[in-house]
Design a protein around this ligand. Structure first.
Ligand SMILES: Cc1ncc(COP(=O)(O)O)c(C=O)c1O
Length: 369
């Protein structure tokens, strides 16, 4: 990624998938290149099949994309085992999170979630006047489902769960989260954000879509931004009861997706080979970072996502700035007075930049947190 020359400069992103990493290693980096490891993007896609569908659909760009929407809806319905009336598309799952915040947030409403988690829905609901009821993670940084259940009452308008969680990379198992959703969704609507579910060992066995199929008041959001590498194409969807879909649609996205994005998404969703490839490349990155951290004597939280969280003993903002000065962007988090670094998986070249920058910065005398 270059800071000033645009996303595609330097030959990094234009390279074909096969030669991608080799090209990265061979080419001299522009001076303003930085390893963007702060937004949990996926540099190994989109799939060749998605790019082919995207290019072909550009020819139809003058048409309103009804047929592309139908194809994508049919594909999702088939993959998720639900009728199309249970599906709502969004330009990324963010649109659906905000739609849910509009439906369930607002004055005198309360949104319940773990702390920390991915805060987009919560912040959006707060901006509309909702109160946030937070339940700290356990000492092991897991969702505290017992404590969350204890907070469920008629006052709560929405319960939000993220599985796997961001920023921890930790999971609730399929059995755990489904029995929790089955139980509490009789009292409050539950929104389950499954943005990273494809990185789990058994995505099909871990999803809560089954709760929706059983008739429970559960909304499941999925995105193409992670394993499918569509962060820039903006495609997401949610699965919920048809009457809930209608409410979300009334408050949210109305035909916001482009034909080419939907064509590409339909191709990627059924490209099993690509999904395997994408998960494998992510795993290679994680193993590399684990081994570098081990060598330096750092603990880390084994991750079920495309990012790794690990504790550091430095001031977060000072650390972030110093990493950026070494051309690496990361995020930091402060959880129960402990500072953590969250590093997204990138190409091995970018992760190599992270490792050298981290060695340098962690050996500098920093303000201790
Ligand atoms: C847990 C979670 N949900 C949703 C999103 C939003 O993703 P998008 O709008 O690209 O689908 C993100 C982005 O990082 C995320 O981490």
């Amino acid at each position: 990624m270059t800071a000033t020359a645009g996303l595609f400069a330097g030959g990094y992103v234009n390279a074909t998938q096969e030669s991608f990493e080799i090209d990265q290693l061979k080419k001299k980096r522009p001076s303003d290149y930085y390893a963007r490891l702060s937004s949990n993007e996926n540099p190994f896609g989109p799939a060749a099949s998605a790019k082919k569908a995207l290019k072909a659909a550009i020819e139809d760009s003058f048409l309103y994309p009804r047929e592309y929407r139908d194809t994508l809806m049919d594909t999702i319905a088939e993959v998720e085992g639900v009728d199309k009336s249970f599906i709502l598309l969004g330009a990324g799952s963010s649109e659906l999170l905000h739609a849910a915040a509009r439906v369930y947030g607002g004055k005198n409403s309360k949104v319940l979630s773990a702390d920390p988690t991915y805060f987009s829905l919560v912040r959006s609901a707060e901006s509309m006047g909702a109160d946030w009821v937070k339940v700290p993670l356990t000492k092991e940084l897991d969702h505290n489902l017992a404590a969350m259940e204890g907070k469920v009452s008629n006052d709560i308008s929405l319960l939000y769960l993220v599985n796997p969680n961001n920023p921890t990379g930790k999971i609730m198992t399929g059995t755990e989260i489904r029995s929790f959703c089955d139980l509490v969704s009789d009292k409050v609507p539950v929104f389950v954000d499954e943005a990273y579910i494809d990185y789990m060992d058994d995505p099909a066995g871990s999803t809560t879509v089954e709760c929706v199929r059983k008739g429970k008041n559960v909304i499941v959001a999925k995105t193409f931004s992670k394993v499918h590498a569509f962060a820039g194409l903006r495609v997401g969807y949610c699965i919920a009861q048809p009457e809930v879909i209608k409410k979300l649609a009334a408050e949210g996205p109305r035909n916001t997706l482009s034909g080419p994005s939907m064509a590409a998404a339909a191709a990627s969703l059924t490209d099993a080979e690509f999904l395997k490839y994408s998960v494998k490349k992510n795993e290679e990155g994680k193993q590399y970072i684990y081994s570098e951290l081990k060598k330096l004597g750092y603990d880390y939280i084994p991750s079920h996502t495309n990012f790794i969280l690990f504790p550091i003993s430095m001031d977060g903002e000072d650390f972030r700035k110093r990493m950026m000065a070494n051309q690496v962007s990361i995020k930091t988090a402060l959880i129960e007075n402990q500072t953590y670094c969250r590093v997204s998986m990138g190409t091995l070249d970018d992760l190599g930049m992270f490792a050298s920058a981290f060695k340098k910065v962690s050996s500098q005398k920093l303000n201790r947190s």
